[in-house]
Ligand binder design. Structure first.
Ligand SMILES: Nc1ncnc2c1ncn2[C@@H]1O[C@H](COP(=O)(O)OP(=O)(O)OP(=O)(O)O)[C@@H](O)[C@H]1O
Length: 541
């Protein structure tokens, strides 16, 4: 058994004794109540002994049990130590003139045995039951969902602190900093203090992003989106969604951006941006670091409101009143999946959004299953997302958004950290989503992917729109230089061959066809012999 107070998985080599977590919870709660009301040392002692034997029989190590007892017991013992001296009764012994009584000693023993008993019961519950199962069981015994969500956030924050601290220590060590030894140097103390400060700032920033992701999937809302709270029925909302979808005509726009501006204090992130994204398009948002892509995504998702101009989603101007409702139609997959995942299992995380829509359990389950199958994560549904690889987390984040069944999906750098096969699978999934009528916008630096996949390119730089149009833009030397991009890889060899400079293959298939065409024209030999030329738009070889 590990050192953690809680467990995230079904523990191996542990016999749970009571198979059903819900029954386990009820039994523990009942025994806890009995321990609290018991007033005599003998039954309490027998009970504590029985709990200890039970824990050992379950397979929990003696070390773990002692470790858990030591977590709470010192606090109880600290308080109990004074009781014998403050209780009236027959004198038992004397310390520095203070008299301890028999009655006081009995009370202390009862208190300590109660603490030991309760501690052993909780140890049983927490080591035998994975956290997410425990939370679900708590829901079934009537603990309000909002309290459980709060507990989830606290647990997530705890993991965040742990992850951030581990990452920062690793980075420091790799750059020669040492925190080893009993007595640190003055420099190490100073550095540790700085690290602790930065750690809380970083964890705060991260939890803010998680909060945004939660609210983007209908969690922690005011009630407009969760129509149940607003008084409308689920059926009415589903019907309204259907109505909204039917009203999208042939030339309907998923997004219309008109003269949009946005600044973070004095920093202008977007300045007078205008473009359209028609329903059903596959658009790529491109530009160098700091161009304003992520900011624009926040505006398209209604998470931020434009400070100048206007953003329309499906014909409706985004304002502070309809942002939450429109957000249900626009799903965002953020760059860092850790910002998006907060539940303790993969399936719970994917179910988070559909549950917030107030859908019946059967439909939630169907959506979770379909979404996980689409991203190839069906096998991992009961795993803890905190312990998946980065690429797997990315898939879970996508499944979470797909389960909301949005009309418009925005992905921020979705290909990063995916293995080649994962990239192919994601590309196939994107094609599939588009065939189903979804509008897709991808923020990416990957010119090759954009050239092959997109039907519309938006080029941003320094908060301004350089150009918008077809993938032809990616072959415009002046433009790609301005946008700090480079020519798609597949087009580069053709630039080096005389007579083939104008060829613009977007996929391997198109490139093969053009090569075949060149060969048939008899240009192949000439082209192959011609001296490769360094041309614009290509990185130096
Ligand atoms: N929270 C913030 N506070 C202050 N300035 C910010 C904040 N977020 C972004 N900026 C600034 O706004 C500008 C646009 O940033 P944004 O993150 O939108 O760019 P980006 O194109 O997404 O960059 P990248 O490709 O690196 O992700 C940058 O100059 C950035 O420094």
């Amino acid at each position: 058994m590990g050192k953690a107070i809680i467990t995230l998985h079904e523990p191996e080599h542990i016999r749970p004794l009571i198979a059903k977590p819900k029954h386990r919870l009820w039994v523990v709660l009942t025994l806890l109540a009995l321990v609290v009301i018991a007033g005599r040392p003998l039954p309490l002692g027998i009970a504590a002994g029985a709990f200890l034997v039970l824990l050992l029989w379950c397979g929990v190590s003696f070390r773990t049990i002692v470790g858990r007892l030591l977590l709470l017991l010192p606090f109880g013992a600290g308080a109990a130590i004074f009781i014998p001296f403050h209780t009236e009764g027959t004198a038992a012994f004397e310390v520095w003139g203070y008299v301890a009584t028999d009655e006081g000693l009995r009370k202390t023993t009862v208190l300590l045995l109660k603490l030991v008993g309760a501690n052993l019961l909780l140890t049983y519950l927490l080591t035998v039951t994975p956290l997410f199962v425990l939370l679900r069981s708590l829901r079934s015994v009537g603990v309000p969902a909002v309290l459980l969500e709060l507990m989830l956030l606290i647990v997530r924050y705890f993991f965040l602190l742990k992850e951030e601290a581990a990452g920062m220590m690793k980075a420091q060590r790799s750059r020669g900093m040492s925190f080893k030894g009993l007595w640190w140097s003055k420099r190490a103390y100073k550095r540790f203090g700085e690290l602790a400060g930065v750690l809380f700032l970083r964890a705060y920033e991260r939890s803010k992003r998680i909060y945004i992701a939660m609210s983007a999937r209908g969690g922690l809302e005011t009630g407009e989106t969760t129509g149940v709270a607003a008084g409308s029925s689920v059926d009415a909302r589903v019907a309204r969604d259907g109505e909204e979808k039917r009203t999208m005509g042939e030339n309907a726009m998923a997004a219309e951006v008109r003269g949009v501006g946005f600044a973070y204090g004095k920093i202008k992130a977007l300045n007078g941006i205008s473009f359209d994204i028609p329903v059903g398009s596959k658009a790529a948002l491109m530009g160098p670091n700091g161009a304003g892509k992520s900011t624009l995504i926040s505006l398209l998702n209604g998470l931020e409101l434009s400070q100048a101009g206007e953003v329309r989603l499906f014909g409706e101007k985004v304002d502070r009143h309809n942002g939450e409702r429109l957000r249900r139609r626009v799903g965002v997959v953020y760059q860092d999946p850790d910002d998006q995942i907060f539940s303790t299992t993969v399936e719970e995380d994917v179910a988070f959004g559909p549950r917030n829509l107030g859908l019946p359990a059967a439909e939630v389950e169907e959506r979770v299953e379909t979404a996980l199958r689409q991203v190839g994560m069906g096998e991992m549904r009961t795993r803890s997302p905190f312990e998946l690889s980065y690429g797997q987390k990315r898939r879970v984040a996508i499944a979470g958004v797909l389960a909301m069944r949005p009309d418009f999906i925005i992905l921020d750098e979705p290909m990063s950290f995916l293995d080649p096969r994962g990239r192919d699978e994601l590309q196939a999934l994107l094609e599939d989503m588009q065939r189903q009528g979804l509008t897709i916008l991808i923020a990416t630096h990957d010119v090759d992917f954009a050239a092959e996949w997109a039907d519309r390119i938006l080029l941003l730089k320094d908060g301004k729109l350089l150009a918008s149009g077809t993938t032809e833009l990616l072959f415009d030397d002046a433009l790609i230089e301005q946008a700090s991009l480079h020519l798609p890889r597949l087009a580069r060899p053709f630039r080096m061959l005389s007579g083939a400079e104008g060829y613009r293959p977007r996929s391997v298939k198109e490139a093969a066809q053009l090569i075949w065409k060149l060969v048939r024209m008899g240009g192949g030999a000439e082209a192959a012999e011609s001296k490769p030329r360094q041309t614009k738009g290509m990185p130096p070889s």
